[in-house]
Write a protein that binds this ligand. Structure first.
Ligand SMILES: [Zn+2]
Length: 59
């Protein structure tokens, strides 16, 4: 198990571990993903896309 109880602060500021809510493409059931993005709060994948997705470079 990953039991990291402390994370190194990033240059962008403290990162607060939280939960991202997504929906399984396979079962359609909601799934929770541990997230440490700069939002710093529970959010949905759609919220993450609105905040970061559109500005992310396409690969
Ligand atoms: Zn997040």
């Amino acid at each position: 198990m990953n039991t990291t109880s402390h994370t190194l602060p990033s240059a962008a500021g403290p990162v607060v571990p939280h939960v991202e809510r997504a929906t399984s493409m396979v079962t359609g059931q909601p799934i929770l993903i541990r997230c440490e993005c700069p939002l710093g709060r529970d959010h949905t994948y759609a919220e993450w896309r609105e905040r970061f997705g559109d500005s992310a470079p396409a690969e």
